[in-house]
Design a binder for this molecule. Structure first.
Ligand code: 13P
Ligand code: SF4
Length: 362
């Protein structure tokens, strides 16, 4: 263990001192008993990061002990991709799912990217293969292919540009302009595609992929929330079915939802998304009450403090992407990063006007 690292299996006074600021942030979220188990691991991970010149990129769906305890960069898929590209650390530990780790490796081929659990997948990434994309390209020559970052590097390599839920409308409109077409292929999330189509005049060709977490929400869930909590503002992720977004007050990426709460400080809010999101946002929003009708992502929940500690201790599991695949995927991801960040996450002028939505399933 590194010089200055703490002897850390127990909740010692040294651990207590090293984690005091994090404890303060988590005081309403983590029980004293949980904290005595988490604090030694948090202190150990933070010491190992210094020793290994490593950073932890933590997605908004990580549990609060990870998100607030050991995350050096936290945020949505877009924010983490940008952080990976800019990081000067030698080692990146991806506290998220496999497609995010691959994206980090694609953007940082010279860094070591560690994935604490190789089984942390994603139903969207699993819904489409590189061969599917090649067949789609052959069937629709001349149309640009925009791919959600929730895909494998092999799929990204077949695509023209990536998007996340934070920038999907802007990327689709950019691609239509660049290619001089009025239709764009947007893969693989059918609901994201339908929700993007409500906010643009560009026609969308979509795939039938679904997020297994967000597809479980329905319009009745929102109606029930409205009946139970009439004063609550309801925010939903764009991977939810369109009828859920239509009934919500706001739709946006995980970062956009977090920003909404930070900026508007609603008295009461409902986040229609993965469970840990509200726990993390609540730690920084003492004046907002949270209603928590969430669904767990089993893939995100595979990442634990113990798995992160073990990744740093043992160097497992190193994420590799074939250099040719990585180079082609990098072009698509970098194009997305180089586009200006959208000023506003959603185009509600079109949604409110109820404009005709053009979506065709491939
Ligand atoms: P964000 O890009 O909004 O962080 O979403 C990623 C994700 O996996 C949501 O299910
Ligand atoms: Fe994939 Fe959905 Fe889990 Fe996000 S929440 S990682 S989209 S399965």
């Amino acid at each position: 263990m590194a010089d200055g690292a703490l002897p850390l299996s127990a909740y010692t006074p040294a651990v207590e001192a090293a984690t005091a600021a994090i404890r303060e942030k988590l005081k309403d979220t983590v029980t004293p008993l949980e904290w005595r188990l988490q604090a030694p691991l948090i202190a150990e991970i933070n010491a190992l990061k210094r020793d290994r010149n490593a950073v932890v990129l933590a997605h908004n769906y990580m549990t609060p002990d990870i998100f607030h305890g050991v995350g050096d960069f936290v945020g949505d898929s877009l924010g983490l991709a940008i952080a990976a590209a800019r990081s000067e650390a030698k080692v990146i530990v991806q506290a998220g799912v496999m497609f995010m780790a691959e994206t980090s490796k694609v953007l940082c081929p010279d860094k070591t990217v560690l994935m604490p659990d190789l089984e942390a997948g994603c139903s969207l990434a699993a819904s489409i293969t590189a061969e599917d994309v090649r067949l789609i390209r052959a069937r629709y020559p001349g149309l640009p292919i925009v791919t959600y970052v929730n895909t494998t590097a092999a799929v990204k390599a077949e695509t023209d540009v990536c998007c996340t839920s934070a920038n999907a409308v802007d990327v689709v409109e950019w691609a239509a302009r660049e290619w001089g077409v009025d239709r764009v292929i947007l893969l693989p999330d059918e609901y994201l595609a339908r929700n993007v189509a409500r906010q643009t005049h560009v026609g969308i060709l979509a795939w039938k992929g679904r997020c297994e977490v967000h597809e479980r929400f329905d319009a009745e869930d929102i109606a029930e929330m409205r009946r139970s909590w009439p004063d609550a503002e309801i925010l939903a992720h764009p991977e939810c079915p369109p009828e859920v977004l239509a009934a919500a007050d706001f739709a946006g990426s995980t970062a956009a939802m977090s920003d909404y709460v930070a900026e508007r400080k609603p008295r009461r809010v409902v986040l229609i998304t993965e469970c840990s999101m509200a726990d993390n946002v609540a730690c920084d929003a003492p004046d907002t009450a949270f209603v928590r009708p969430c669904n767990l992502c089993p893939h995100m929940k595979r990442i634990t403090l113990t798995a992160i500690r073990d990744a740093l201790l043992t160097g497992a599991h190193v994420v590799e992407v074939d250099p040719d695949v990585a180079a082609r995927a990098r072009t698509a991801v970098q194009r997305m990063i180089d586009l200006p960040r959208p000023a506003k996450p959603a185009r509600y002028d079109l949604v409110r006007a109820g404009h005709a939505v053009a979506v065709e399933l491939i």
